[in-house]
Each structure stands twice: as structure tokens, then as C-alpha cells.
Design a protein around this ligand. Sequence first.
Ligand SMILES: [Mg+2]
Length: 234
Amino acid sequence: MKNYKTLFFDVDDTLLDFGAAEKIALQLLFAEQNIPHTPEMEAKYQGINQSHWKRFEQGELDRDEVVNTRFSILFNDYEKEVDGTLLEKKYRSYLEQGNQLVNGAFELITELQSDYDLYVVTNGVSKTQYKRLLDSGLYPLFKGIFVSEDTGFQKPMKEFFDYVFARIPHFEVEQALIIGDSLSADIKGGELAGLDTCWFNPKMKPNHSNINPTYQIHKLEELKQIVTEKMGAY
Ligand SMILES: [Mg+2]
């Protein structure tokens, strides 16, 4: 019978409410560009952005290609020629300010950090993720932060997890669990790396993929039961 010792947490939409930060950042960016922030515009941006990050997960685009072209493609559709890299920079400065916590995240992490080794595993831009983690108060509760940009790989790539595991003293994969909201990045990544996985699915989305999480939770606090039951069973 095993006992979890190391817990890996995704950040966006697992601990920090990325949707809230993104919405505000887009509003500010569009206002600055004198483009009305309509639901249609937002949906268009989401379509471009999601397909870009999916291609990033599949290794088709690198990070710079993802972030530096998403706004030029979007504004092109509105016959507005913009410098994608410059707009990305502005957007990022707005996004960095977003550190709204997911419900129960701070309480959960505070409670778990005395009994478990907690690590962040996040795909994203290093400077942004560090700032948001610091401003939210979560940063000091983690033993380590691993951002894809610094590792040269990203979830779900096995190389990303190899990089992480190699930097944790006395790491045992059998005693580790990854918690995240993304089936394609967090849960698939955990599977490839040989970890137990916990899918945080607050909107109760159906799982039409062939990815099978070890556990599924709808509220963050449910995680406590999973890890402490394991402890009790030991
Ligand atoms: Mg996420």
C-alpha cells in the first residue's frame, strides 16, 4: 500500500483563476487598441489561442510562435495590422496582475503543505507565472516551481516530467500525484510519466478522451480526502 508524499499542482484553472485574469487583460488590451470587447471578439481570440496551445502541446509550435502571433492573427481579421510581439508584451503586463484564486485553493495548499512536498508544474511564461504565484500568496507554500519555459519541455511531454523528477531529492514516482484541470496536459502528462493523476473538473465536463484519470474531483477540498484516505490505508 502506498502513501502520497509529493503532490504536483497545475496552476491555471486549478489554483489560480486564469479565466478571470485573462478577461480583464483582454478588456484592457482591446480598450487600448480602440477595439470593442465583444463576446464575438473574445470567442475568436479563444479559438485562435486554444488551437495555438494545443499545437504547442503537440510540439508543432514553440512558445514564442504561440504568443507572438495570436494577436496579429486576431486583429488581422478586423483589418487592423498590429505588431503581434508588442501587443503580446502589453497583454502580458495586464495578465501578470491577475492572481484571483480558485475557490478553496489557498486553504487547501496551506493545509497540505505541512504534510506533503508540494510542487508547481505549469505550462506558461515563467515571469508571468512567478509573479502571479507571488502576488496570490501561494509561492512560499511550494517546495519548487517548474515552468515549462525554463525546462525546455512542456506538459504532457515525458521530458518535462523527467526534468522535474531529476530535481527533487529522493523522489519516488509511486508516492506522487498530479492534480490539474487539463486532461490533455496534466492527466495525459501524469500518465506518460507514471504518476497517479487527479482530474480537477469543477464544471463536470464529460470525458470523451481515452485519458483515464486515477481520481476525479469537482471541488478542490475533495483532494484532502483522497490523500488522507491513502494515509489512513497505510
Ligand atoms: Mg490548467
